[in-house]
Write a protein that binds this ligand. Structure first.
Ligand SMILES: [Zn+2]
Length: 319
């Protein structure tokens, strides 16, 4: 599947393919939550297809397309993190190198994908270098990463980099509105920082409701209401980094509103409450600074309850 915001990149890749200029090693970069793995899969299927259509899409009918759909394509290999592993290991790349030395079965090309590419450990990455330097004919190595800076420079220099874009807000919203949703598309998209596939995923979990509940509690405290001990008890089991990020997002949204003469009608009611509670520009930055200090401790708080309580204290009304 190709999403509307990927259309122009798809066209340029297919043009290069038709002109027989498609580099054998492509490094796709782009933020998670935007459908980038779908793009990669679609491209792999298309490169293997025996009868692709004019726009480069796989036909879906040929023998290659059928075995690809059944995840049994002899000319395709996908390298990813093995269960419970934090890194892609050298054994996996060695297997891949062996695969690249085999003769092709029936597709015009051989395709491999490596996702997430930045998770190759140093030995795995070094082992891939030779295949990148001396590619077997009719071979495409497709790498995908959200963190290109974490890749070895020697890997990056041997690949052609292509950026998978974050969609323009209007385009993301238009796409999201076409999906079947339980929550308003605008709210989902804002919570997902403009990443449409992440927004869609949020819609099917209760994360969004929790997010609102958290903001509601902050609003209560800012208004001088609510019991901080009870509220801390409610949140102590939640992911501390997530709670911190929600607060930072909230501060950014409030700071942005400070600069506008009038609040738009879409400004969430929870944020309005926090603002009315006296969280103005000066207090915003004071909270911001303290949150960044707390962020360093968030992955291993000594006492989760106290940690949450110290975050919540920042929002408490001082008058
Ligand atoms: Zn086909």
């Amino acid at each position: 599947m190709i999403y509307p915001w990927q259309a122009s990149l798809w066209e340029s890749v297919q043009r290069a393919r038709q002109d027989k200029h498609l580099p054998h090693a492509l490094l796709f970069t782009g933020e998670d939550g935007c459908g980038n793995t779908d793009f990669l899969q679609t491209l792999a299927k298309s490169l293997l297809c025996l009868n692709p259509s004019g726009d480069g899409m796989a036909c879906g009918q040929c023998r290659s397309c059928q075995v690809f759909g059944a995840q049994a394509h002899p000319d395709f290999a996908a390298v990813s993190l093995q269960e419970e592993r934090q890194a892609i290991l050298i054994e996996q790349i060695r297997e891949l190198n062996y695969f690249l030395g085999l003769s092709r079965s029936y597709s015009p090309n051989r395709v491999v994908t490596i996702v997430p590419a930045e998770r190759m450990n140093i030995n795995a990455a070094n082992s891939l270098l030779k295949s990148l330097e001396e590619p077997a004919p009719n071979t495409h190595i497709l790498l995908l990463t959200a963190h290109p800076a974490a890749l070895l420079p020697t890997i990056r220099s041997r690949c052609q980099e292509m950026r998978l874009p974050l969609p323009a807000p209007e385009m993301a919203l238009a796409w999201l509105q076409q999906q079947t949703l339980q929550h308003p598309a605008e709210t989902l998209l804002a919570a997902a920082h403009g990443r449409p596939l992440e927004a869609l995923e949020l819609d099917s979990t209760d994360t969004l409701a929790q997010h609102r509940q958290w903001l509601h509690h902050l609003g209560q405290l800012a208004q001088g209401e609510g019991n901080i001990t009870e509220i801390s008890a409610h949140w102590e089991k939640y992911d501390k980094t997530l709670l911190l990020n929600w607060q930072l997002d909230c501060l950014h949204a409030l700071a942005k509103q400070e600069q506008l003469p009038q609040q738009p009608a879409s400004f969430p009611v929870e944020l309005q409450t926090i603002r009315k509670g006296g969280v103005g520009e000066q207090k915003l930055w004071a909270i911001h600074e303290k949150l960044l200090e707390l962020k360093k401790l968030a992955t291993h708080p000594l006492n989760p309850r106290l940690f949450v309580e110290s975050m919540l204290m920042l929002w408490k009304a001082t008058h």
